[in-house]
Design a protein around this ligand. Sequence first.
Ligand code: COA
Length: 261
Amino acid sequence: MTSTPNAIPEILTHVDAGVMTITINRLDKKNSITSAMYGAMADALAAAHEDNSVRAVVIQGHESIFSAGNDISDFLNKPPSTREAPVFRFMRGISSFAKPVVAAVCGPAVGIGTTMLLHCDLVYAGDNAAFSMPFVNLGLCPELASSLLLPQLMGYPRAAEALLLGEPFMAETALELGLINRIVPPTEVNALAQRQAQKLAAKPLSALIETKRLMKKGNASVLSERIAEENASFGRLLQSPASREAFTAFIEKRKPDFSKC
Ligand code: COA
């Protein structure tokens, strides 16, 4: 087993038997993702792409939490400003990643914690998994092509419920909506993801890559266009009074007051 050089304590990566495992590891802040963590994940995906010995990737969090989404202090203090911002590099990396990606999700998967799953090939969840995309509640709009992929996956009415109300839904609903592949006890999710990734790693890589490319082909051209459009809107909304109020309220541990927004 080898660790990859780009690892930071909050993003652990290692390669074992053809599988690169990326672990989100910032438990004290509920695995919320900072700019540095997006950078490390983008670097890990780039390394996995380059390394011919890596044939599949697993993304996992902790048994109690997958990710609370973007770090809210970063939203306030360090919003992404250029195309090369780490969050955008991560979005490009995962949405165009050619090899198979398996996700293991337990506990809350908030914001990008859920939208990144739309770009994974196999998603296994603990029965404690809770998915949510509270962008509107934060004065924001969807990202990572979720405004395109969710209606395609689950139909407009259910996507509208997920994105406009932004309420959490549990693993059973996610399975019914087609967002995940299987539900198991939280203690078994990471091991199941590893087993499935090992199965993939034993298959011919060129056939895996071509099959994934063909399945995704219909969306390929519109995907990056949609991500760019969402990012432009998201960047504008990040400066809005509504999002400022939402983030300040979160940090001050109070309910936001949108009556003037
Ligand atoms: N960004 C920064 N810090 C975060 C965070 C985030 N997205 N989510 C949680 N944290 C921090 C909290 O501020 C708290 O820090 P503190 O101990 O220094 O006060 C710590 O993580 C624990 O969070 P807490 O809310 O007490 O945990 P919980 O178990 O009650 O709830 C969540 C877990 C994930 C449901 C809840 O933290 C949450 O809703 N987070 C915000 C999610 C969000 O809106 N993300 C943005 C999506 S675009």
